[in-house]
Design a protein. Structure first.
Length: 524
């Protein structure tokens, strides 16, 4: 493909390079190959122009940047000046990888994105469509699953994936739109026809600074990215839903409201039956009853948002609602992974205050003895949410075995300290009188991921007969700040529930705080 074919009218470059052949695109100088277009993206920690010598040495044929480099480029290398290199990169990637599924739904919100994307894919599959999903737990297609490190991949990787799965015959795609991805233009160039919204609560304030800025990033999906003749599916029972509705209306989108107060898909009644819920739903003047095989009120909402997306994509309402009876929860989302002495064991990805509260509230109706929660919260990002999560755990659980090691940030308050604060009279949060705390050992020289299995097994074996909930990574594993994957909490729970210690390999990793090569145990 020629250079001029990848650029928009805003790009400025020497016309003699217009027919320059481009063999690939990358914003990572380490991935550049001969003939590539290198995008010098300014980041929070480093400027892409600083890696220009490496990109040119690797064979870059053109460089795209917002300003000229301090050192002139070689005569054979084209310089493309753009006002916004992130957006230009995404649009170039969309042209380089042009194939896309006919129907694309993107969902945003603080919690529920992964479940909504997974449920939408499952509903479409039940309706006979070739469907896929992209998000926190990776890329899932009929051909298999591939784990991904980011909720919304970088634009080159995202468009490459979308092009590939479209070539494999995928016609319907559901994906997660994170606030980072929206703010950094990673989804630009996708032909999104359906936009979904779940909820907004505190998260990622280390990046956005304020809740208002966080909301503005979410609204980009409705104000700029979804097609003007598209649809918006909005859960209206939460704060800020009005702002989302206004943004969708300003774009001229067809709006499908979801929730108890909704005028689109209204939840009339919900009755718990074991680990299922019987829903009575009203849509377009018709009532439908369906048995949803999932736990928690938040999963009811996620399922209805997914149903709304399927209906917005042309699905017949009765068939869509009938498909809810066959939904399977996403990995690590309040997932029942085993039992010990009759006590169910759940793993959930909750890593923010609102999500932790919803998970514990969802399990409370099933508790006959005590509710035990083992949780953590990474300290190298939004440290402010850690004491909030400690308050929620102490208030809503009966026992809180709290890991004490922070993640690569010695100055942040640990979950253990947060829960201790709950137990003191000076604590400003309401504390359940029934909540007690026990401490599990932590090794300060290791990331939190390195001690998950022993803690999980210890907690399960000592709390036999009580309901236990554990936090984990995207799919139930612990992940450190450099996206390294650690122990599988889901596997650890299953091992402990079966009364087995498991086998361990010794896998090396580098401790980010001390720069020392250490080892961590991985369950086989």
């Amino acid at each position: 493909m020629m250079l001029r074919d990848l650029l928009t009218s805003e790009a400025r470059f020497d016309e003699r390079f217009g027919t320059l052949p481009v063999s690939g695109i990358s914003a990572d100088s380490r991935a550049v190959k001969p003939g590539f277009l290198f995008a010098a993206v300014p980041g929070a920690k480093a400027d892409g122009l600083a890696f220009l010598p490496q990109a040119i040495a690797a064979g870059a044929a053109a460089v795209m940047a917002e300003r000229a480099p301090s050192v002139p480029l070689p005569d054979h290398v084209a310089l493309v000046n753009v006002p916004n290199v992130r957006r230009a990169l995404a649009l170039a990637a969309a042209k380089f990888y042009p194939r896309q599924p006919a129907t694309i739904a993107a969902v945003t919100g603080t919690s529920g994105k992964t479940s909504v994307a997974a449920f939408t894919r499952q509903i479409w599959t039940a309706l006979g469509h070739a469907a896929a999903s992209i998000g926190t737990i990776g890329v899932i297609t009929p051909a298999g699953e591939v784990y991904g490190a980011l909720t919304t991949p970088d634009p080159v990787e995202l468009h490459c994936i979308v092009d590939r799965i479209a070539g494999e015959g995928i016609t319907h795609l559901a994906l997660e739109a994170s606030s980072h991805g929206l703010d950094q233009h990673r989804l630009d160039g996708l032909r999104i026809g359906i936009a979904g919204f779940t909820n907004i609560s505190r998260d990622h304030l280390d990046y956005h600074g304020t809740l208002e800025a966080y909301l503005r990033a979410k609204l980009i999906l409705f104000r700029e990215l979804v097609a003007r003749d598209g649809a918006a599916v909005i859960a209206v029972d939460h704060a800020f839903a009005t702002e989302v509705v206004d943004a969708a209306r300003g774009r001229g989108l067809r709006i499908i409201e979801v929730g108890r107060a909704a005028r689109g898909i209204q939840l009339i009644d919900c009755v718990i039956e074991g680990f299922s819920q019987v829903l009575t739903i009203e849509h377009d003047g018709m009532r439908h009853q369906v048995r949803l095989p999932l736990v928690g009120a938040f999963q009811v909402e996620n399922a209805l948002v997914a149903a709304g997306q399927a209906i917005a994509g042309g699905g017949e309402a009765a068939a869509v609602f009938a498909a809810l009876a066959g939904l399977v929860g996403a990995k690590g989302r309040l997932e029942l992974v085993g039992r010990k002495s009759g006590a169910p064991i759940f793993v959930d990805y909750a890593h923010k205050p609102d999500a932790l509260a919803k998970a514990l509230d969802a399990l409370r109706p099933y508790v006959r003895g005590k509710l035990v929660v083992v949780f953590g919260a990474g300290g190298d990002r939004d440290a402010g949410k850690r004491p909030l999560m400690g308050a929620i755990a102490a208030e809503k659980a009966d026992r809180v075995p709290a890991p004490s090691g922070p993640r690569f940030w010695a100055g942040c308050p640990t979950p253990r300290r947060s829960v201790i604060a709950m137990r003191r009279s000076a604590a400003p949060w309401p504390v359940s009188k029934r909540a007690t705390c026990c401490w599990l050992p932590a090794r300060a020289t290791r990331p939190v991921r390195s001690s998950g299995k022993k803690r999980c097994r210890s907690a399960i074996m000592r709390r036999s007969g009580k309901r236990l909930r554990l936090g984990g990574g995207h799919d139930g594993t612990a992940v450190d700040s450099r996206r390294h994957r650690g122990r599988d909490a889901r596997g650890a729970c299953r091992t402990a529930a079966a009364g087995r210690h498991g086998n361990f390999d010794r896998q090396p990793y580098r401790d980010g705080r001390r720069g020392l090569l250490r080892h961590q145990g991985r369950h086989t």
